[in-house]
Structure formats: C-alpha cells, structure tokens
Write a protein that binds this ligand. Structure first.
Ligand code: NAP
Ligand code: GDD
Length: 343
C-alpha cells in the first residue's frame, strides 16, 4: 500500500526537495499551498514534479481549513514546513509571524488530534531557537534563547509539538535544523543573495551588491540532504527531537570571498562597520558595500550544530559543506544568468 504524505509549505525550498524525495520513495505526495493572486509553483516546476503532486489549498491561519484538508487527504505522515520563515521580515511583521509560524502549528496539531491521532507529524524547528546560545556547538540539550519574533514563534511551535506528543501520544518529531541552502533557496536569504549577485556581476548585469553584517557565522548545509533527515525522523520507532547540521560554520564574509574565488576574483576589504566595502583586488572596482538597512535589531552572531545524535540514532550525516555548497549554488545561478529564459 502506498503511503500518503501531506507536506505544508510545498511551494518553498524544503517542500520541493522533500516532495521529490518522497515521490522517489513511492509515496503519494499531497502538497499544501495558500491561495495567492499569482500561483508560485516555480520550484516544483524546476524539479519537474508539479504534475506528480496533488495540490490542496491550505492556510496555516485557518484551523477549519486544515481539519478539512486532513480529513480529505487521509495522510500517514504530515510534514509541517509552512512558515513565515524570513527572520528579518519577522521584526517588521511580528504578529503575522507569531500567528503563522507559532499558532499555525497548533492549528495543524489540532487537526491531527481531531481527525486521526495516528498520523505521524514532523515539525520544522530551527537553530534560531538557540539564539544567543550559552554553549557551542549546540545540541538537543542546549537551552533556547531566541533573538527574533521568528525564533520566538518557532519556540512555541517546538514546545507545542512536544506537548501534543506527551499529552495525546501523537508521533510528533521536531527537527532542529541549522541553515540549509540550495539553488532553490529564496533570493532574500543571504547565501542565495550572494550567489545570485555574483552571477549577475560575472555577466555584467550588476556592478555591486549591498549586504548587512559580514561577520555573523552560520552552520550552512545542503537542503537536499536535510529533507532526507526529516523523513528519517518519522521512520523511527519513537518520536524524538534531532539536530541536523554540518558542525562547521562560516561567516557571510567567507561566503562572499569563496563565491568570488569560484569566478577567479579576489576581494580586498576596506574600512570597517557601516562603511566597509569590498573591492576587486586587480581592477579596484567596488563589488560589495555594507548597508546598515540589512542589520537586524537583534542579531545571532554565531551558530554551530552538533548532529551526533542524528548520526548515532538515524544514521544521518551531511556530505556537502561550505565550499561545495557555494559552488553548486553559484553554478546554478551562473546558468540562470546565461540562459535567463530557462529560469
Ligand atoms: P520557505 O522557502 O520560506 O517556504 C515556506 C513555505 O511556507 C512556503 O511554501 C510558503 O508559501 C509557506 N507559507 C507561508 N505562510 C503560509 C501560510 N499562512 N499558510 C500556508 N503556507 C504558508 O522556507 P524553507 O526554507 O523551505 O523552510 C521550510 C521550513 O523549515 C520553514 O518552516 C522554516 O521556518 C524551517 N526552517 C528552515 C531552515 C532553512 O535553513 N531553510 C532552517 C530551519 C528551519 P508561499 O510560497 O505562498 O509563501
Ligand atoms: N538575508 C540577509 N541579507 N542576511 C544577511 C545579509 C543580507 O543582506 N547580510 C548579512 N546577513 C546575515 C543575517 O543578519 C544573518 O545573521 C545571516 O546573514 C543569515 O541570514 P539569512 O540568510 O536571512 O538566514 P537566517 O539565519 O536569518 O535564517 C534562516 O535560517 C534559519 C535557521 O537557522 C532561515 O531559513 C530561517 O527560516 C531558519 O530557521
């Protein structure tokens, strides 16, 4: 019997890769999307899987709509990937973020409790929970101290997931995933902003790009490897929480330097703080400018994940790290710039 998986946030980066993986595993995949004036299935189209997925209109803000969807879809597994996921945006839209990213999780868990508590549930928790972390690297036992409305909303989503596991015996897992990127990453996130800009500079379509804090560090992995970990969590005997990370971190500055290196250009940094710029060593052209507009009201300076529990219990391990990841993403953006009609 084919298993049915219901993925919320199907139009996002992880939704697309998870759908691709589950289709390969023989699942019947149903994707939840919210109604917009313009449909945005571009990632599913890019992977060539849109026609293979049943799409169901669902909004995390509407519990009745989620109950109806769970009744209709009859899933064996639900992956809750839907969220207002952009941290910077959450400072400007804290209430909306709280409603979608926080309370939305309860809406979906209630649908499971009411319709069929036997459904297995994955919640997309995040390294943003750690915030100003008291220790490094961070593991499943590190205390949480979120630093953004997004992080606080995800903290609620994390604990309500554990609460429904303990209260109603629902098989509910929380994956505490560190940053994971890909050619399908949204353009507003820093890695993709860099690879897209460097590709445009390479083809003479952009002179320079603006950036925020250059010295923050994140533990960046490859999204395709992380969605596999999500699926692995739901195949265990018991529900639990797992960190997925690479156990390496790199700064935004290193990302910029590495991406320019890939196209044989070197950056020389001048000045400090808000006035810092990056020049091409050979030509002297300004390629990068700091713009404080991209600074956050509260920043997380350094995140580093310890994924040893996932390795031990799930046999999950990341293989693609900073250099290879930046190469994959830059190559894809160079191709998109060279063949704009295909992108
Ligand atoms: P993403 O690309 O921003 O995708 C978010 C998805 O949520 C989109 O499909 C979006 O739909 C949907 N969504 C937003 N508001 C909704 C609503 N009210 N009702 C229904 N759907 C809604 O994010 P991602 O990178 O794939 O991340 C997937 C999940 O993992 C998110 O929950 C994110 O917070 C979490 N996470 C991500 C990372 C990471 O590094 N990528 C790390 C840890 C945790 P639209 O297309 O209509 O906007
Ligand atoms: N977006 C962006 N744009 N970030 C910048 C910029 C810029 O121009 N300049 C510096 N940064 C810094 C941010 O301040 C942050 O410290 C870091 O780069 C990464 O920013 P994002 O790529 O926006 O990701 P994020 O770490 O805030 O959040 C992502 O990862 C989380 C997991 O830790 C998102 O995917 C979240 O949904 C996810 O939970």
């Amino acid at each position: 019997m084919k298993k049915t998986a219901f993925i919320t946030g199907i139009t996002g980066q992880d939704g697309a890769y998870l759908a691709e993986l589950l289709l390969k595993k023989g699942y019947h995949v149903v994707g939840g999307f919210r109604r917009l004036s313009t449909l945005n299935f571009s990632r599913l189209d890019e992977l060539g899987i849109r026609e293979k997925i049943k799409l169901v209109e669902t909004d995390m803000l509407d519990a009745s709509n989620l109950i109806r969807a769970v009744q209709e879809v009859k899933p064996d597994e639900i992956y809750n990937l839907a969220a207002q996921s952009f941290v910077a945006h959450s400072f400007k839209n804290p209430i909306l973020t709280g409603n979608i990213t926080g309370l939305g999780v309860t809406n979906l868990l209630e649908a499971i409790r009411i319709v069929n508590p036997g459904i297995r549930f994955y919640q997309a928790s995040t390294s943003e929970l750690y915030g100003a972390a008291a220790e490094s690297p961070q593991n499943e036992n590190t205390p949480f101290k979120p630093r953004s409305p997004y992080g606080v909303a995800k903290l609620y989503g994390h604990w309500i997931t554990i609460n429904y596991r303990e209260s109603y015996d629902i098989f509910a897992c929380a994956g505490i995933l560190f940053n994971h990127e890909s050619p399908l990453r949204g353009l507003e996130f820093v890695t993709r902003k860099i690879t897209d800009s460097v590709a445009k500079i390479h083809y003479g379509k952009l002179k320079y790009f603006e950036i925020g804090n250059l010295d923050v560090k994140r533990d960046w992995g490859y999204a395709k490897e992380y969605v596999k970990g999500m699926w692995m969590m739901l195949q265990q005997e018991k529900p639990d929480n797992f960190v997925l990370a690479t156990n390496e971190n790199h700064s935004v500055r290193e990302w910029i330097e590495t991406c320019f290196n890939h196209i044989d250009r070197q950056i020389l940094w001048e000045d400090k703080g808000e006035n810092e710029i990056g020049r091409d060593v050979k030509t002297g052209e300004i390629l990068v400018k700091v713009n404080p507009e991209y600074f956050r009201p509260a920043e997380i300076h350094d995140l580093l994940g310890d994924y040893s529990k996932a390795k031990r219990e799930l046999d999950w391990e990341p293989h693609i790290k900073h250099r290879e990841l930046s190469e994959i993403m830059l190559k894809a953006d160079l191709e998109k710039q060279a063949n704009p009609k295909r992108s």
